[in-house]
Design a protein around this ligand. Structure first.
Ligand SMILES: [Ca+2]
Ligand SMILES: [Ca+2]
Length: 284
């Protein structure tokens, strides 16, 4: 396993190497802390994932409610069969059916249909192919899991925008950090690379982080900050193509899927927040 934690500071606008990863940072207030790593399996990646969880506050707040600190986690494994392959999951599943304060929209639509829903892979018990092998038999061997058995990907797209809300409401919220596990990242170079980009409440990009590659393995990228910056939404670019029957890794294509996501407790923007240091209300 490779694990890196690095602080970015100042007005960065440069590409700099971090081990096997390349990080592109451009921000006016970047006091970003990056946590990245790779592992051949879930055991090998667990340490880096846990390091990031600790930075977010160390407590999983589960489903519903609102809390002054801690984090939320998605592993997709509890999504029921009627929202999993061959069915689709709505983008607001984790703010309506299982309220954890995040709503997804697909980006980088590959089919021109602009679907607004998502794929969650099937379990073995369902009789549908596991790890998206119902879409392409090669995927069963290509993809592994961080948390068995389900994986995540947009429908007919290869990037996703995640926007935060006070869990179970439509009140916009921000988070202190966001991390995601990606599966079978083959390249961290140039146009093939996968990325995690965080945006602030003013809509400006805070920082962008390239996902380290490990073919057939697991990669983790996490972004948080050491000076109180807040993330309004993130964009995850997972590979270069949507899943499909004829879509396979090649010199010009990297098929990547996602597993666990973890993010700081969403704190509402338009009302007083339950931040751990006390109530924080918006300026009048
Ligand atoms: Ca999972
Ligand atoms: Ca791949």
């Amino acid at each position: 396993m490779n694990t890196f934690i690095r602080r970015g500071a100042g007005n960065l606008s440069a590409i700099f190497g971090i081990g096997s990863a390349l990080c592109l940072a451009s921000t006016a207030q970047a006091a970003a802390v990056f946590v990245t790593g790779t592992g051949a399996n879930s055991t090998a990646l667990q340490t880096v994932f846990d390091q990031f969880a600790t930075k977010l506050g160390g407590t999983n707040n589960g489903v519903g409610g609102s809390f002054p600190d801690g984090y939320r986690r998605l592993n997709w494994d509890g999504v029921p069969d009627n929202f999993s392959e061959p069915n689709f999951m709505p983008g607001d599943f984790f703010n309506v059916q299982s309220p954890r304060g995040v709503v997804f929209n697909p980006l980088l639509d590959d089919g021109g249909s602009a679907y607004a829903d998502f794929r969650v892979s099937a379990t073995a018990a369902s009789g549908v192919g596991v790890r998206f092998s119902d879409l392409n038999p090669a995927y069963a061997n290509q993809f592994t899991t961080f948390s068995a058995q389900r994986l995540f990907m947009p429908h007919a797209a290869h990037a996703v925008l995640a926007k935060f809300y006070k869990p179970g409401t439509t009140i916009p919220a921000t988070v202190s950090g966001f991390g995601v596990v990606l599966v079978d990242v083959d390249s961290s170079l140039d146009a093939l690379r996968s990325t995690l980009i965080a945006y602030g409440p003013d809509g400006k990009q805070l920082v962008a982080l390239t996902v380290p590659a490990l073919s057939s393995g697991l990669s983790f990228v996490g972004i948080t900050f050491d000076a109180g910056e807040r993330i309004d939404h993130v964009v995850i670019r997972s590979g270069t193509a949507a899943l499909g029957g004829g879509v396979n890794d090649s010199a010009s294509v990297d098929v990547v899927v996602m597993d666990d996501m973890i993010y700081g407790e969403p704190q509402p923007v338009g009302e007083c927040s339950l931040l751990k240091d006390g109530f924080q209300c918006p300026a009048p």
